[in-house]
Each structure stands twice: as structure tokens, then as C-alpha cells.
Design a protein around this ligand. Structure first.
Ligand SMILES: Cc1cc2nc3c(=O)[nH]c(=O)nc-3n(C[C@H](O)[C@H](O)[C@H](O)COP(=O)(O)OP(=O)(O)OC[C@H]3O[C@@H](n4cnc5c(N)ncnc54)[C@H](O)[C@@H]3O)c2cc1C
Length: 348
């Protein structure tokens, strides 16, 4: 069986702007991760006159893609352009976007008036103190260790019928099985092409699925896959099998296991949940609330199958929920201060 655990995508890109500076003050909210989810959360907070800092390491999941599809009103826009506009919007309302990687985050001692405090540490040693935390670090697609596969990731090796399915319609497509979820994946890609081959790739394929595939005209290849083969121009040309046969394909679709990007965030104590046959993510409730007071999560880090629109929407909901929580804390603090000033107050 193919090893699914050792090759993961990083999508590292050079950060397209210098990023803002930290100034040592305690902010209302720190947002860890500046993709669609984090930036939309920051936008809602900044527009609510909350001081907010986004820390982003500059490697969004869809960095290899040429364009974002399936996103209302922005279909076909390059991912970097959407993020550039998002950062501009956050800054327009006073939010800051800092380039850097968070390597530690934890609850700190409460403020003198009893409000929560968190300390977030960056790889360069920078620190930020915040009243609330929104985690929006996204996920990692764990690619199968098939030689030649990673080089085509996001171009001829695709995962999402809604992101790039239209672009590869009618092409000879191969489904490279990664687990039970690949069967459903094949049915979705069959909607996009009549020329579909299912590579079993050492993953059990039950008889019912074989009957369905036969009825739908999906060819099944049981011989193990050895590597991805290019044509002379670097384009994907097919999959070479262990017996030497090359099955010509222009596109390979994989349902890669999905792992939330939790590194550096262990100190927050967020519960991690397994999503059967898909991967693991941070658990969350309504509007991204978590079991850890003061910490919210949004986007792919908690909803593994969310696309850009759903991730942005989740970030907006979480931002609004954080603002509500802060408003409640502010009101309670004001009552305590007022009581302290009053001759009848308990603090007097
Ligand atoms: C190849 C490909 C193509 C895709 N195409 C589409 C498409 O066409 N349409 C669509 O709707 N969706 C598409 N998607 C899905 C899309 O990428 C996700 O839905 C979206 O990126 C999720 O947004 P997010 O904000 O949750 O995470 P991300 O966009 O991944 O953003 C997370 C950010 O957090 C940062 N980060 C992570 N850890 C840390 C840390 N410790 N410290 C600081 N920063 C950190 C990362 O650098 C990153 O910038 C595609 C995905 C892939 C892989």
C-alpha cells in the first residue's frame, strides 16, 4: 500500500508584502493565519473597531493554483490577488497583517480586571499579547508518495471537482485511490469526463463499487502504480504501472488525506477530532467557538472540506462571535468599574 504519511504539500510562497510591525501592546484579537478565513475574521473585527493583528506565514493551501474557481463574483481570480485585496481591506480599517510564523501560543495570566490574556510567539522571537485568539491556519494535503506526483500538484494533479473540475472536463482523467473516499471521488469526476480510469493502488475496492464502475464505463486498473510519467515538455502524460505499462492520462485526481495545521498551537490545548477517511481537524462548535475559552477556529483548520467562500464565511462568523464576546467582557468590566466608583459599590 502506498505510504500516505511522508509527503505533504507546503506551498511555501514568498510573502508578497513586507508586513506590518508589532508594537508590544495587548490587542483585542490575534488571528493566526491570513488566508480567506483569517482575513475575513480580521476584517469583521477591524470594522468593529477592535484592534486586530493577523500573523501569516505566507503559504496558503491553494498557492499552486492559477485561479480560484467556484467563488461567487470572483471566479477565475488568482489566489494571491484575493489575499492581496483581503490584506488591503483589513488594513483599511486599522487592522495589521504581520508576516511571520507562530511557533507557540498559550493562555497567559489574566489582566488586572480578570479578562483573558494570551501570548503568541513568532519564529523570529516576536511576541504579541491578545485578549482573544482566532486560529485560521488551514490544512496540509498529504500527497501519496508516488514519484512525479508532487511536481504536478495543483495543475495536472487535482483534488477538487468544484475547484478545477470544469477546467479538466473531457480530459483523460485517472483517479489514484488513496482510501475508501476515492470511490465517491470517482463518481464526481465521472460527471466531468467519459474517459475515467480508477487506479486501485493497493486500496481495497469492493465488488459493489466494481459493478457501479463497470456500469458507468470507468475502467479499473489493479496493477500497482509505480510513478507519474511526463511527456517531453514536462506535462503529465500518464501513470506507469509496476508491470511497465503506461496508462495515458492528462490529469490525475486524488482525494489526499487532509491534516489541520496545528504545529505551534499545542499550547492552546484545542481538542483535535478525527474525520473518518478524510483526516483530522480542530473541533469547533457554533461560529467556530471551541472548548477553550477565548479561542475560536475557522476555515480549513476545522472544516476540512471548506472551499474559499466557506472558509471566508466561517472567518466572518468567528470574527463576529469574538466581537460579541469582547463586548460582553467590556460591559462586565464597565459595571465593575462603575460599582467601584459608586459609594454603594461592593468594591468601595
Ligand atoms: C491546489 C488547490 C486548489 C484549490 N482551488 C480552489 C478553488 O478553485 N476554489 C476554492 O474555493 N477553493 C480552492 N481550494 C481550497 C482552498 O485552498 C481552501 O478552501 C482555502 O485556502 C482555505 O482557507 P483558509 O483560510 O482556511 O486556509 P489557507 O488559505 O491555507 O490559509 C492559512 C494561512 O495560515 C498560515 N499559517 C499556517 N500555519 C501558521 C502559523 N503557525 N503561523 C502563521 N501563519 C500560519 C498559512 O501560511 C496560510 O497563509 C484549493 C485548494 C488546493 C490545494
Amino acid at each position: 500500500m502506498t505510504d500516505l504519511t511522508t509527503h505533504s504539500t507546503t506551498n511555501a510562497t514568498s510573502y508578497p508584502d513586507q508586513g506590518d510591525a508589532l508594537d508590544g501592546t495587548t490587542v483585542d484579537a490575534v488571528v493566526i493565519g491570513g488566508g480567506a478565513a483569517g482575513l475575513n475574521g480580521a476584517l469583521i473585527l477591524a470594522r468593529s473597531r477592535r484592534s486586530v493583528v493577523v500573523i501569516d506565514s505566507g503559504s496558503p493551501r491553494n498557492a499552486p493554483a492559477e485561479a480560484v474557481h467556484g467563488l461567487l463574483a470572483l471566479d477565475g481570480t488568482p489566489p494571491s490577488e484575493i489575499l492581496r485585496r483581503g490584506r488591503d481591506h483589513v488594513r483599511q480599517y486599522g487592522g495589521r497583517v504581520v508576516s511571520g510564523e507562530v511557533v507557540a501560543a498559550e493562555l497567559a495570566a489574566p489582566s488586572p480586571d480578570g479578562d483573558l490574556r494570551f501570548t503568541v510567539t513568532l519564529a523570529d522571537g516576536g511576541r504579541i499579547s491578545a485578549r482573544r485568539v482566532l486560529v485560521a491556519t488551514g490544512l496540509t494535503d498529504v500527497l501519496p508518495e508516488v514519484p512525479g506526483l508532487a511536481e504536478h500538484w495543483g495543475h495536472s494533479v487535482v483534488h477538487c471537482p468544484y475547484c478545477h473540475g470544469w477546467e479538466v472536463r473531457d480530459e483523460p482523467i485517472g483517479i489514484l485511490a488513496t482510501g475508501p473516499v476515492s470511490v465517491a471521488h470517482a463518481l464526481l469526476f465521472r460527471q466531468l469526463t467519459d474517459d475515467l480510469v480508477y487506479f486501485v493502488n493497493g486500496i481495497d475496492l469492493d465488488d459493489d463499487s466494481r459493478v457501479r464502475f463497470a456500469a458507468l464505463g470507468i475502467r479499473v486498473v489493479d496493477t500497482p502504480v509505480e510513478r507519474v510519467v511526463d511527456d517531453g515538455d514536462g506535462e503529465l502524460a500518464g501513470l506507469r504501472l509496476a508491470d511497465g505499462e503506461v496508462v495515458a492520462r492528462r490529469v490525475v485526481a486524488i482525494a489526499a488525506p487532509l491534516q489541520a495545521r496545528t504545529q505551534g498551537l499545542e499550547g492552546l490545548g484545542l481538542p483535535v477530532r478525527a474525520v473518518q477517511n478524510v483526516g483530522h481537524s480542530f473541533a469547533s462548535g457554533v461560529a467556530g467557538a471551541t472548548d477553550v475559552p477565548g479561542v475560536w477556529v475557522a476555515g480549513n483548520v476545522t472544516e476540512l472540506t471548506a472551499q474559499v467562500g466557506a472558509s471566508a464565511a466561517a472567518g466572518a462568523l468567528a470574527g463576529a462571535s469574538i466581537n460579541t464576546d469582547l463586548a460582553t467582557a467590556d460591559a462586565e468590566a464597565a459595571v465593575r468599574r462603575a460599582a467601584g466608583r459608586s459609594p454603594h459599590g461592593s468594591a468601595g
